[in-house]
Ligand binder design. Sequence first.
Ligand code: ATP
Ligand code: MG
Length: 568
Amino acid sequence: MRWSRYYLYTTREVPADAEVVSHRLMVRAGMIRKEAAGIYSYLPFGWRSLRKLSAIVRREMDAAGAVELHMPVVHDADLWRESGRWQAYGRELLRVKDRHERDFCLGPTHEEVVTDIVRRDVRSYRQLPTNLYQIQVKFRDEIRPRFGLMRGREFIMKDAYSFDVDDAGLDAAYEAMDLAYQRIFTACKLEFSRVEADTGAIGGSSSHEFMVLAETGESEVVSCRECGYGANVERAETRPLAAPEPEEPAERREVHTPDCATVAEVAELLGVGPERVVKTLLYETTAGPVAALVRGDREINEIKLANHLEVPEVTLAGEALVRSLSGADVGFAGPVGLPDSVRLIADDSVRGLTNFVCGANKTDAHLTGVNLERDVDLAEFTDLLLVTGGDACPRCGNELGLSRGIEVGHIFKLGAKYSEAMSCNYTDEEGRERPMEMGCYGLGIGRTVAAAIEQNHDDKGIIWPLPLAPFTVLVLPLTNRDESVVGAAEGVYQDLVARGVDVLLDDRDERPGVKFNDADLIGVPVRVVIGSKSLADGNVEISLRRDGEKELVPVEGAVERAAELAAG
Ligand code: ATP
Ligand code: MG
């Protein structure tokens, strides 16, 4: 490609909403253009990278036995009513009406459509297993679209759906996808980690996420260096916490704790460790008001709480609700004497506590010397703990490390959730009708490219991993006014094209400084610089964007060397 004929316009301007570096660089390198919140055009330079990733994804999906198809963007509401998600999906589902006032939605995911396809074609166990995939546009009306392609409203996803006769079949399909994902992210030369993920209250049995590790990632993951355990903190477990030394039950007393609304303040005032304080958080849920209890030095994992309650989400009670339930300002709720309408649920860490401190359900007051059974009837214990770095690995006991990551892929065993709801059945060997066992496997195409940049850049611009680079070689003549330079650049360019290398020739009539800045910004991995001086000695200069080290290569050998570097 000749830059003068291409459509690539770099810019210094950074949009005000670009909080992360990948977003800034994708805009500056002329890869994407925002059309509306969370809605982007993929400009030619950006689109090339998405296509490279798509090709890798297709190759690995095909190799794993999945079959490509293409489903519609616009879905009939009736299918979503059948699965129950017309209501349940909530406000991320963009609902629209056609000219006949019929309901449709823009597909945020395709379980309904694919299940409808398969139930019409597949009748017998002989036709199973099958796995269908597509690379396609999704629409989710995200509450906070941000970070460019990372969290868009309209975005491109690879989604695959497997159909099997039984659990063993599903396990095999899941494993094949798991391996395919590992091969994809390895092929992209990304540093990634595969972690256990939350499956939600009504989710399937098993789920893993693939995380590209990066400081700016929205997800937190814990991992164990010893045994390889890894989990999203939403789901992570740890071993039971060491309980403070038990004490003889003391008298329960109410103490004056003015302005002490946090555990730290209360603990300091009363001269006890925060692990001897019980934190009581009031939540509003569709299952009624809930008081969740956790040891004062720890936090509640709200996803675990929602899963335990079998509700989609829980919301911390606002000031007014806290006052009406506890009779006190925020910060003074406690398990003793809350109204019966409030369901008490305690994290396992509370179980071993004696003589603990908790809110008195009275502003500026706490109780000390509180003991389970004698003072409070707590029957419901479960794991509500937010695991963090330094906790013990649930498998081997070693210390867990904490890191941030960008979730780029998600694989999920759905089981019979959709096949049962939508009668996607097959006849088994004995002639019985049974629902198919399903799995679904998503991979964000745009998000992965953004994550690759997040992981590979410097202060000058992008440093593409070769497999995702829009072009692998940039030929950069320093002037358009020296015919020998123009001729040599042209020759190198044409030969590289002939060899099938993705090469960009910067034939713009620009100063060398401008060309070098742009070259650093767009991050093409291999650079061939041709200038009058070195060419007079018969040489060109070849360098890698990653380390910038230059080598002088005789002009006759330049194509060979550049092609070799571009092959990785
Ligand atoms: P998140 O927790 O980030 O919202 P999700 O659990 O909703 O993700 P899935 O439904 O599992 O995501 O979608 C599969 C993949 O699609 C994700 O792993 C991610 O790579 C991509 N993806 C999901 N939502 C978006 C989005 N709003 N913008 C870009 N990519 C997305
Ligand atoms: Mg989401």
